[in-house]
Design a protein around this ligand. Sequence first.
Ligand code: GLN
Length: 539
Amino acid sequence: MRRYIFVAGGVMSGIGKGIATASIGKILKSKGYEVSSIKIDPYVNVDAGTMNPVEHGEVFVTKDGGECDQDIGNYERFLDKEFTKKNYITTGLVYKSVIEKERNLEYNGKCVEVVPDIPNEAIRRIKNAADQDDADFTLVEIGGTIGEYQNLLFLEAARMMKLKEPEKVLFILVSYLPSPNTIGEMKTKPTQNASRSLNEAGIQPDIILGRASTPLDAPRKRKISNFCNIDESYVISAPDANSIYEVPINFEKEELGKKILEKFNLDVGDKDLNDWRKMLEKAESSEEKIRIGVVGKYFETGDFTLTDSYISVIEAIKHASWDLDVKVEMDWIYSEDYEKNPKKVEEIRNYDGIIVPGGFGSRGVEGKIEAIKFCRENNIPFFGLCLGMQLSVIEFARNVCNIKNASSTEFDKNCQEPVIDVMDDQKELIKNKSFGGTMRLGECLCEIEKNTISSKAYKSDQIKERHRHRYEVNINYEKILEKSGFVLSGRNPESSLVEIVELPANRFFVGTQFHPELKSGPLRPHPLFVEFLKAAKER
Ligand code: GLN
């Protein structure tokens, strides 16, 4: 039997609904149940591929090439499972299919209405995603904040599902309790209002997770219980945690898993989060420190620095560090700083390893190229991801092969020496401004050359990794690069596209056209990240 657990957020955005959802899933999984998870994003964008990463965070790519919200990455990491584009639903996607059906006369001449046709399509998509496997539970995280206009139709879908099959649907409200310094006390009123707004949408939460800086005390729980019409035992603390991976353990302190299972009349059993606990203990026990610099540009929003654009990279570094028993200190380096002040690049000497992650457009690329040059010349471990790999090719072409004007047609359409060029099948798409969902996306095969850094890391000569890009290494420059010592160690067996490059002369100098970070998990660190950190540790 399929059961659905809807998770919605109260008071404000950014309180960790995604991590809460993933943690609930992890707890249920640890108790022996199969779990699936869906993210609903109320944006009109059809997918996340066209959203600016600084505004919306990283675009997480599924194996089948879905461009999704970063929470799908959290689900994959916590549930140790791969999802598909069906697990990500947006307002745009729902409206698009309703309008297409209407154009195809699939409503048989009926007037098509926002209610119930839009929620019905949302329900169809939720069930369709749940039907991909035999999950006992499908978690459905509704993005946005209760009380706003944008997610109302999805709340309506949830209400309709509960009405039809009440024994199969549960509602969890994750809500924020501020503790303003000037008052010195944790306040429940905003959560009371959030719960009331949810009631207005016809939904009574079954469980409230109280997000706050500390666990909720008895008076707070009592108040929420009274005002939100819910038994005190179903008000669960969700305090700030040092690591996102602690969240399931915090929830279990108040037996969240048992309470959910009892609500569904299911067996609680005696299994727990043992493997997860062990992993965390190991992570916390490491003492040896290493410093990794991430040279990027998607950090800034007004006066604040956010790192959500690189979340999978950050998590992959953590996973690998636990495997190697080291503590990683991560620094965010604005690549444009190296353009304004070229001497600043010398600071890279202070790092044990440098990552240049993915990106789009020409802003900041020259600074990244300077950083890569410094790594290559000073034997500092370097790992380039997608754009980072392309820039390592440009740097090598310019400074080792002496092709001074080497660049990518992404930055300069008329570039004289396009060592990185747009893929053939992309040219027409770009000309027609057909940008949404048209990159080289999702999992592709890669064959690895024997006796290379990559083959040593993967311990395999054939792998599958996920892609998201339009440009590639230009075949016309392959020979020149190789002659000067650049090794093109991974290729797609069908198209021959270059997927991995490396410099064997260095400690670790590897670039991948794909995004290895997307497949790393806390219980399955990615071999290339492990190898990179090993080199950083040795340094
Ligand atoms: N902008 C580059 C391309 O489209 C790299 C993309 C990326 O880093 N994901 O090929």
